[in-house]
Design a protein around this ligand. Structure first.
Ligand SMILES: [Zn+2]
Length: 603
């Protein structure tokens, strides 16, 4: 009865609801209808009462929905024992206050519906947005330690005696995290006025707020505000560029084969991310007397292409290329170290990749990541004596990786795509220039200043992250967490728990732990449907003798955001708060068991 009432209420409020009791046609097979509905719906409500959690059918449906990686929203109707699978998922409570529960539920459902009528938003535009109900457990735990301030002063780490800004302060026991709430220039929304025959559209000012914070580890300012990070699909004002499906492609392809339309073929070869469509285009490019070489190569280098196609054009899979550049080393036969033909670092620039043909990070196993990291570590240890400080002239080491998905820049004069030339997974290892800009400079300065006041900045930051439930996985050596200063939604960071200055300070166990955390990050991204990221290591130069509490940090930044602003200013704009990333991770990986993550990332 409760379920029927709820379904009616949700339908009345405009939500698209499917409920077995109402929507199965007579004669339809019940089990098939339920499976179809579970497969096709974006989210599943599970009504929790003692009788539902005791029901075999309900638990089966729940498992099915979890296996399909559907969003589950538990609705607590009466007191009962919450099933294990749902323990970590935020539930909506209908036990005491039905009306309030309904509002929360509609809000939760509304977050995935593209259209919100602008009228209901007027004064909330730009406010810190809600995802799964503002009263979620995560937000509570998180905001317990945050102070909202009105000007930059409190973000300045005054106690350090220098002009350093950070939204994390180890000096404040109660509110170590701070952000600033600013009423910014107003936004405008179009309002339709007047009688229906002469409707007039005029803009109406709406107040906007943003939250500003200073990344605790980098010199970046981050603004959180939905209106600043506006995306088309959210507002229904326009459609995102959509790539053709295989059948649409087949219909237009005969036209594109005409030489005058070759530019369109190349564009599609670069951009299409549907493997079947790419395979079809490759077949079309090879048909006829000669292969359309340029188009063929573009298809084969596209990271979404089937592996067999990629391997044909992949330089790392080409023995001649790889062997010719290979650096002989006794440490690993399973990972390969080569000199980078296009070095961008002044002293040394190596690429490391696994021997296996692996062309996406999503397909890499933990062992592949460890093999690359361990080879990098052993090779550098043997080549360089950090104590001599003359490591072929390099001041320190950098290590990075990026996913092979590309970001294409097309203009009249240039056509470039970042990191796109090789889709085979690899890590890049290079030498820092002396006194060159180092991403860790800011953090080093903070560490040094705090140290002189007897405080371990990163150690206490890690504890505060743990208290705020921002750490999503950890072992004895490293922690994987959602940083307070997220420069992109879904940014993840790995911090080595023990003070460590450079990559060479790590023990084998620590390299193993980092590799595992990296593996978890790539699998999580897969579950979250993120296919493009950069990973960078923040480390100190060899010669640094202060900053004794510094710890190595690896940062994963998804590239599925527009970072254009960062080229103008060290400013990042995001539309969600960091705890919302934790909520999303809880949804796809509630158990925090490695085997569950593997299973759901393969689904
Ligand atoms: Zn390859």
């Amino acid at each position: 009865v409760f379920a029927l009432r709820l379904a009616e209420e949700l339908k009345a409020a405009g939500a698209n609801v499917w409920i077995d009791k109402l929507d199965i046609e007579p004669g339809q097979r019940w089990d098939i209808a339920v499976r179809d509905a579970l497969t096709n719906c974006p989210s599943t409500l599970v009504i929790l009462s003692q009788s539902s959690v005791d029901s075999e059918n309900v638990l089966n449906e729940l498992d099915f929905a979890l296996a399909k990686r559907k969003r589950i929203i538990p609705v607590l109707f009466t007191e009962c024992e919450v099933p294990l699978q749902l323990r970590r998922v935020q539930y909506i409570d209908f036990r005491k206050d039905h009306a309030r529960g309904l509002i929360e539920l509609l809000k939760a459902l509304g977050t995935e519906r593209p259209l919100a009528s602008s009228g209901t938003r007027s004064n909330t535009v730009g406010d810190a947005p809600d995802a799964l109900g503002s009263r979620s457990q995560h937000e509570k735990e998180y905001s317990r330690s945050i102070r909202t301030v009105e000007d930059y002063g409190p973000l300045l780490l005054l106690e350090t005696g220098s002009k350093i800004y950070s939204s994390y302060s180890p000096f404040d026991q109660h509110y170590p995290f701070k952000w600033m709430r600013i009423a910014t220039t107003p936004g405008f929304e179009t309002q339709t006025r007047g009688p229906s025959e002469s409707r007039e559209k005029r803009p109406r000012a709406v107040s906007l707020h943003v939250y500003v914070l200073r990344d605790p580890i980098r010199p970046f300012e981050i603004q959180i505000g939905e209106n600043r990070a506006i995306r088309y699909h959210k507002w229904g004002r326009g459609r995102l560029l959509r790539l053709p499906s295989l059948s649409e492609l087949k219909a237009v392809y005969p036209l594109l084969v005409h030489p005058e339309n070759q530019w369109l073929q190349i564009l599609l070869a670069e951009l299409t991310n549907d493997p079947e469509a790419l395979e079809y285009m490759a077949w079309a490019a090879k048909r006829g007397d000669q292969v359309e070489a340029e188009i063929w190569q573009a298809i084969a280098r596209n990271p979404s292409s089937p592996t067999s196609l990629q391997a044909e054009e992949c330089p790392f899979c080409n023995p001649e290329f790889a062997e010719g550049r290979r650096i002989r080393q006794p440490f690993s036969q399973e990972a390969i170290l080569i000199a980078n033909d296009f070095p961008c670092a002044p002293f040394f620039d190596y690429l490391i990749f696994p021997r296996e043909p692996i062309h996406t990070w999503e397909a890499a196993e933990e062992s592949h990541i460890f093999k690359m990291n361990w080879l990098a570590h052993r090779y550098l240890q043997s080549e360089f004596d950090p104590k001599s400080k003359t490591v072929e002239g390099a001041a320190g080491i950098r290590l990075s990786s990026s996913s092979s998905a590309r970001h294409l820049v097309i203009s009249r004069r240039t056509r470039s795509s970042a990191e796109a030339s090789v889709s085979h997974i690899y890590k890049k290892l290079w030498g820092m220039g002396r006194d060159a800009v180092n991403l860790a400079d800011h953090l080093r300065e903070i560490c040094v200043r705090c140290e002189s006041r007897g405080l371990d900045y990163l150690g206490s930051y890690l504890k505060a992250l743990s208290r705020s439930k921002m750490i999503i996985w950890q072992d004895d050596n490293v922690a994987l967490f959602v940083p307070f200063g997220q420069i992109a939604i879904h940014e993840l960071q790995i911090m080595v728990t023990r003070p460590t200055k450079t990559f060479l300070d790590l023990t084998e166990e620590e390299v193993r732990s980092i590799s595992r955390a990296e593996y978890i990050a790539t699998r999580l991204y897969r579950c979250l449907n993120i296919h493009s990221f950069n990973e960078t290591m923040l480390s100190l130069p060899f010669e640094e003798t202060r900053a004794k509490d510094f710890r190595l940090i690896f940062s994963f930044v998804p590239r599925e955001v527009d970072l254009g602003l960062s080229e103008l200013d060290p400013l990042y704009v995001v539309d969600k708060q960091p705890w919302e990333t934790v909520v999303e991770i809880d949804r796809v990986w509630p158990s925090r068991k490695l085997e569950d993550l593997q299973a759901s990332s393969q689904a």
